[in-house]
Design a protein around this ligand. Structure first.
Ligand code: HEC
Length: 217
């Protein structure tokens, strides 16, 4: 019955709208978690992916910041560097696995070379950088990749507070000698120093499979 109703709604929708509009409001048949065939528009799927990407990246950020704060209070700033070196990516991977997505933080001024953007991420990161340099506010973005089977959700990462500067600020000013020594040892090609509060530090990049988005609808 429910399925019939959905069919009716989409059919009358198609009838009410002209030919031209029909293309942009294309309706897809997708199988959701209850194995029902659901008729969804591309816009509905994109909106759900955007919301989910927002909540996943916020959750990942909260996890990182709270665990970083714990590490700083237990081991001090230089000790917390080792903590970040060993644990930052595993913390993200844990959140990612729980949501069946992948999570990265990428930056052109990377500390860990593994955080360089790939070809899908690069143009988006460059656009966020352009905006930051020109005083334009950046919004999160969602984009189809891999033939439309995966959504790439991105969101800028700014430096919100002085806390970050103890490891990403100026050596000798915010970064003390002991911290600098640790950074030099672990990250000889470090590009992630010299930041100020409000600077763009990088970008969240969350890859969300389309079929996982559909299951939520
Ligand atoms: C205790 C030192 C420390 C503090 C404080 C710190 N970071 Fe980092 N940050 C690091 C280290 C070390 C890495 C590299 C982690 C790795 O190897 O995966 C890193 C990496 C990053 C990355 C990934 C991109 C890259 O350059 O590799 C981002 C984004 C980032 N930090 C943002 C922040 C923000 C925002 C804050 C403040 C909320 C902050 N960091 C505070 C030490 C710190």
């Amino acid at each position: 019955m429910k399925k019939l109703l959905l069919l009716f709604v989409s059919a009358s929708f198609g009838f009410a709208c002209g030919q031209g509009e029909r293309v942009s409001k294309e309706v897809f048949e997708e199988v959701n978690k209850n194995m029902e065939i659901k008729r969804l528009t591309e816009v509905e799927i994109l909106e759900e992916a955007m919301e989910w990407g927002d909540s996943i990246s916020s959750e990942a950020q909260k996890q990182l910041i709270s665990q970083l704060q714990n590490a700083i209070s237990e081991k001090g700033i230089p000790g917390a560097i080792e903590f970040c070196n060993v644990n930052a990516q595993p913390i993200l991977n844990e959140v990612a696995k729980r949501h069946t997505v992948t999570i990265k933080r990428v930056s052109n001024r990377y500390r860990n070379p593994a955080d360089q953007p790939d070809s899908d991420e690069s143009a988006l990161l460059d656009a966020y950088e352009y905006n930051a340099e020109n005083g334009i506010k950046s919004d999160p973005n969602i984009q189809k990749i891999e033939g439309g089977e995966v959504f790439l959700y991105t969101k800028p990462i700014a430096i919100p507070s002085g806390l970050c500067l103890s490891c990403h600020g100026d050596p000798g000013k915010e970064i003390n000698a002991e911290t600098l020594k640790k950074l030099d040892e672990l990250y000889p090609g470090d590009l992630a120093k010299g930041h100020k509060v409000g600077d763009l530090r990088g970008m969240w990049a969350v890859r969300i499979p389309k079929n996982e988005v559909v299951k939520r609808l």
